[in-house]
Design a protein around this ligand. Structure first.
Ligand code: SF4
Length: 121
């Protein structure tokens, strides 16, 4: 069981995950869970607040890494932002290298290994 798996579990709970649940879900003992939590705290990847559930003291663990907003995803091809947004250049789309590169990156797909012959179809 790794700290990465623990972090993924915590991240999947936007309201925070209970440490008392974490070690059970990850099928590790509470001592090992405490060591993993200590590492995540040391790396500033999570925060920890004391919480009492049914009279039992535990911790609520929250991930400090906020999920990336999907607001601009329609304007992204791979990691390239749509070039026309905010562009102030003289516009001749048929001859625009930036636009052509962006469209090409969409056509090539995320892994960039699409068959070039398929592009013309
Ligand atoms: S097509 Fe090219 S020049 Fe025109 S707005 Fe888009 S990026 Fe700018």
């Amino acid at each position: 069981m790794s700290a990465e798996e623990a972090l993924e579990y915590i991240k999947s709970h936007p309201e925070g995950a209970l440490q008392s649940d974490l070690w059970k879900v990850l099928k590790i003992d509470s001592r090992k869970c405490s060591r993993i939590v200590a590492k995540l705290l040391k790396d500033n990847l999570i925060t920890r607040e004391v919480e009492t559930i049914d009279g039992i003291r535990t911790y609520r663990l929250c991930c400090t890494i906020k999920p990336r907003s999907k607001r601009f995803d329609p304007l992204l091809a791979l990691d390239a932002f749509e070039p026309c947004a905010g562009c102030i250049e003289e516009c001749v789309p048929e001859h625009c290298a930036k636009l052509s590169e962006w469209i090409f990156s969409i056509v090539m797909g995320a892994d960039g290994n699409q068959d070039i012959e398929r592009i013309g179809q």
